[in-house]
Design a protein around this ligand. Structure first.
Ligand SMILES: Cc1ncc(COP(=O)(O)O)c(C=O)c1O
Length: 384
C-alpha cells in the first residue's frame, strides 16, 4: 500500500475489486428469491470503473440526478431506477425520455409527472413512519423525514394517479443507511408490504438500501444469510396473498462498496500541546468527510509498524477545528508514515470537494494483484 502512495501520491483512495464482487454475491446468494433485482445506489461511489464491475456482475443501478444517470448509461447500464428528490420539470422530462423507472417522492411530483407523461408508469416512495440508521442525518424514514409520501396519504396517491392515467407499478421505501439490525429491516419490510396491498397493479416492491457494515472493531456484521431467508420467506408469503410473483428490489450502496475502499493519508507531523497529541495528516474532511459529517468511526492503521503507541487525535489539514478523523485513538506515528483509514469505499470520494483549495485525491483499483489508476488527482485551476 505504501508503494501505491509513492507511485500515485498522497492522499489516495484504493479499492479492491474482489471485495465488491464478494459483497454482491453474498447479497444475491443470501436472498434466495428468483425475481430478486439489485440496483447499485451509485451515490455511494460513482467511479465509472466501480460501476462497470457491478454491471458485469448483473446489477442494475439507482441514480438520483441527471449526471449520475448519464454516468450510468456510459457505464452500460440499461436498467435504471431514477429516485426523484426535489426534481425540476426539466429533470423529470429527461428521465421520462430515457425510459428510466422513476421513483416519485411527493404528491406534487406525481401531479407534475402526470401532466408531462399521462398514462406513464412509475414507482412511489412511501414513508411508512419507520426510520433507522447510524446517524440522525442518514435516517430517511419516520415523521421527521423529508422523503416520500406518508403512508396515510395513499388515497391521494391513487386519486392523482387515476386523474392522469398514471400506473403505479412499484412501491419504494428507503428508511436509512448503515442499519445493522435485522429486526428493524423486517419491521420496515412488513410495513411497506402492508401499504403495497393498497396498490393493485404492482410489478415490484423496492425496499431501498441501508444494509450496514461493521466499522468498529467487534461490531457484528448483519447476519445476511439469516436476514436473506427471512426476507425471501416474507416476500413469498406476500406474493401468494397478492396473487402475483412480483420483483423484489433492493438498492444497496454502502454494503457493496464500503469495505472495498481504503483512504491513505500521510503524517505531516506529530504535534504536542499541553492537552493533546495531534497526529497531523495531509488530508481533511474535504477529501474524506464521514467523520466530520456524522462523527463516523473508521479504523485507522499505521502502515509503518511502530510500537510506541499513545493516545492521539488524528487531525486534518482543513481550516476548521472540527476537521478531525479520530479522537482518543491509541496509535504510534511519525512524520512521513502512511495511515490507512479503513472501510472508506462508500461515501468517501463521492462526498469529497475541493474546499480550501485541496484538490480531490486520485483513485486506484486493485484487481487480482493488478493495479490501475481509475481517476487522476484533480488539478486546481483558476476561475476563468
Ligand atoms: C433512495 C436511496 N436508495 C439507496 C440508498 C443507498 O443507501 P445505502 O448506501 O445505505 O445502502 C440511498 C442512500 O442515501 C437512498 O437515498
Amino acid at each position: 500500500m505504501k508503494e501505491l502512495v509513492q507511485r500515485y501520491g498522497s492522499p489516495l483512495y484504493v479499492y479492491d475489486a474482489e471485495v465488491i464482487r464478494r459483497q454482491y454475491r453474498n447479497l444475491i446468494h443470501s436472498i434466495a428469491y428468483p425475481r430478486l433485482r439489485i440496483h447499485y445506489a451509485c451515490k455511494a461511489n460513482s467511479n465509472i470503473h466501480i460501476l462497470r464491475i457491478l454491471r458485469r456482475l448483473g446489477a442494475g443501478i439507482e441514480v438520483v440526478s441527471r449526471a449520475e444517470a448519464e454516468l450510468a448509461m456510459r457505464a452500460g447500464f440499461s436498467d435504471v431506477l431514477y429516485t426523484c428528490s426535489n426534481v425540476t420539470d426539466e429533470e423529470l422530462r429527461f428521465a421520462i425520455q430515457h425510459h428510466f423507472m422513476i421513483t416519485i417522492d411527493s404528491l406534487g411530483q406525481l401531479e407534475r409527472y402526470g401532466k408531462l407523461n399521462p398514462g406513464g408508469s412509475v414507482s412511489v416512495r412511501i414513508n411508512n413512519g419507520i426510520g433507522a440508521g447510524m446517524h440522525q442525518h442518514v435516517i430517511t424514514g419516520g415523521p421527521e423525514s423529508k422523503f416520500g409520501i406518508y403512508h396515510t396519504q395513499v388515497p391521494e396517491i391513487l386519486r392523482v394517479a387515476q386523474q392522469h392515467g398514471v400506473h403505479i407499478v412499484g412501491v419504494h421505501q428507503h428508511i436509512g443507511s448503515g442499519i445493522l439490525s435485522p429486526h428493524i429491516f423486517m419491521k420496515a419490510m412488513r410495513a411497506l408490504l402492508r401499504t403495497a396491498r393498497e396498490f393493485p397493479d404492482l410489478e415490484f416492491v423496492d425496499f431501498g438500501g441501508g444494509f450496514g457494515i461493521p466499522y468498529r472493531p467487534g461490531e457484528k456484521p448483519l447476519p445476511m444469510q439469516q436476514l436473506g431467508r427471512q426476507i425471501a420467506r416474507t416476500f413469498e408469503r406476500f406474493c401468494r396473498e397478492y396473487g402475483r410473483r412480483l420483483r423484489l428490489v433492493f438498492e444497496p450502496g454502502r454494503y457493496l462498496v464500503a469495505e472495498s475502499g481504503r483512504f491513505l493519508t500521510t503524517v505531516t507531523e506529530v504535534k504536542k500541546t499541553p492537552f493533546h497529541t495531534f497526529v497531523c495528516v495531509d488530508s481533511g474532511f474535504s477529501q474524506f468527510a464521514r467523520p466530520f459529517l456524522y462523527g463516523s468511526y473508521h479504523e485507522i492503521v499505521n502502515l509503518s509498524k511502530r510500537n510506541d503507541k499513545q493516545r492521539v487525535t488524528v487531525a486534518g489539514n482543513i481550516c476548521e477545528s472540527g476537521d478531525v478523523f479520530a479522537r482518543d485513538r491509541m496509535l504510534a506515528a511519525r512524520a512521513g508514515d502512511v495511515l490507512e483509514i479503513r472501510n472508506a469505499g462508500a461515501y468517501g470520494y463521492a462526498m469529497s470537494s475541493d474546499f480550501n483549495g485541496r484538490a480531490r485525491p486520485a483513485e486506484v483499483l486493485v484487481d487480482h494483484g493488478r493495479v490501475r489508476l481509475i481517476r487522476h488527482r484533480h488539478r486546481m485551476v483558476d476561475n476563468p
